[in-house]
Design a protein around this ligand. Structure first.
Ligand code: NAD
Length: 124
């Protein structure tokens, strides 16, 4: 027997949700009843938030870089002040630098560490 999951009354934050897997995760969480704080660096965040609301769900967009400590604080604040709580965090935002260590530049290394390590820690 398949039981449907209800996330009604819960709030989810999804980073990098303006496209790709993050967008799919945000739409799925909204379809399950969660209010969603949709983050991305570009306009995609607003487009996905609008898509959720057009389907009858609750969403708000926060544009910014997850490796910015202040953005992490804004995401939590937006969830709590707009929807009353923050229950779910999907640390989805990421970048791909598809190289080996011997042909990876220092700036590529710094970008990956910034987004994937600092970006996952920046949640006050
Ligand atoms: N697609 C895959 O096969 C695969 C496999 C393993 C892991 N992943 C990981 O899953 C995540 C999503 O992958 P995807 O294929 O959907 O990627 P994608 O490039 O299609 O989407 C990533 C989204 O994250 C956003 N983003 C990037 N850096 C950001 C930042 N600093 N702050 C806020 N938003 C940021 C981008 O603007 C983009 O909208 C990534 O972390 C990726 O590394 C993907």
């Amino acid at each position: 027997m398949t039981e449907s999951l209800s996330l009604a009354g819960r709030t989810a934050v999804v980073t990098g949700a303006g496209a790709g897997l993050g967008r799919a995760e945000a739409l799925a969480l909204a379809a399950a009843g969660a209010a969603v704080v949709v983050n991305d660096m570009g306009d995609g965040a607003q487009e996905v938030a609008a898509e959720i609301m057009a389907a009858g769900g609750q969403a708000t967009a926060v544009i910014g870089d997850v490796s910015d400590w202040a953005l992490g604080e804004r995401l939590v604040h937006e969830a709590v002040s707009t929807f009353g709580s923050m229950d779910i965090l999907v640390n989805n935002a990421g970048i791909l630098r598809d190289k080996m260590i011997f042909n990876l530049s220092e700036s590529d290394w710094d970008d990956v560490i910034r987004v994937h390590l600092k970006g996952h820690a920046a949640r006050p």
